[in-house]
Design a protein around this ligand. Structure first.
Ligand code: GRF
Length: 203
């Protein structure tokens, strides 16, 4: 399965996905990495791994639709079949999300549906929950609300700060995202038209 990874920054999730697809057992190949911001660390990681990169700078576009349209052109240029949003900090428009429905995954640093939106790690700390985690889900038009593919729970320690908790969640992300990528890329799991998850027992 030809995969595109969309990033906005550091790219530690990208790094985990690149390491996953190098395994002989992997059903996925990352064919392009797209960033909405130039010069970020994730672009260097991709180049070091010999993966083609593109920058589509959202500041250069007059509308979200035009930005998404350019992203879509790059995806078509590379024959992409599956999109992974890995720390991609842009909201995508309805038409784009609908086109890639069932073929686009996102990672969120909480156990959705709890703590949607930004600062999910901080929201969990402030809510006083003892367990949080990360979620890989199909991207739907409603933000952070698509069908869930993989989750991993993470304990919150009494000594935790936003930083220490975020680091522990990121370690879980680096296991959850590769697992979710393989499930979808191998056809083991897919999104049904009614928005429910279907497991392919025969795989
Ligand atoms: C992660 O915390 C992820 O949950 C969120 O953005 C961050 C991405 O980090 N979507 P990185 O760029 O993959 O290191």
């Amino acid at each position: 399965t030809k995969v595109a990874v969309l990033i906005s920054g550091t790219g530690t999730n990208l790094q985990a996905l690149m390491e996953q697809v190098k395994k002989p057992s992997s059903s996925a190949e990352i064919v392009v990495v797209i960033s909405n911001r130039p010069g970020v660390m994730g672009l260097k990681r991709a180049s070091m791994a010999g993966i083609q990169t593109r920058v589509v700078d959202h500041k250069l576009y007059g509308s979200r639709a035009e930005f998404d349209g350019t992203i879509d052109k790059v995806l078509e240029e590379f024959g992409v079949e599956l999109v992974c949003l890995a720390g991609f900090m842009r909201i995508l428009t309805g038409p784009f999300v609908r086109k890639w429905s069932g073929k686009m995954l996102n990672i969120h640093p909480s156990l959705l549906p709890s703590f949607k939106g930004v600062n999910a790690q901080k929201q969990a700390l402030q809510a006083g929950v003892r367990v949080t985690g990360c979620t890989v889900h199909f991207v739907a038009e409603e933000v952070d609300a698509g069908a869930i593919v993989v989750q991993e729970a993470v304990p919150i320690l009494v000594t935790d700060t936003e930083e220490s908790l975020s680091e522990r969640i990121r370690e879980a992300e680096h296991r959850a995202f590769p697992a979710a990528l393989e499930l979808v890329a191998s056809g083991g799991l897919k999104l049904r038209d009614d928005g429910r998850i279907v497991w392919n027992q025969s795989v």
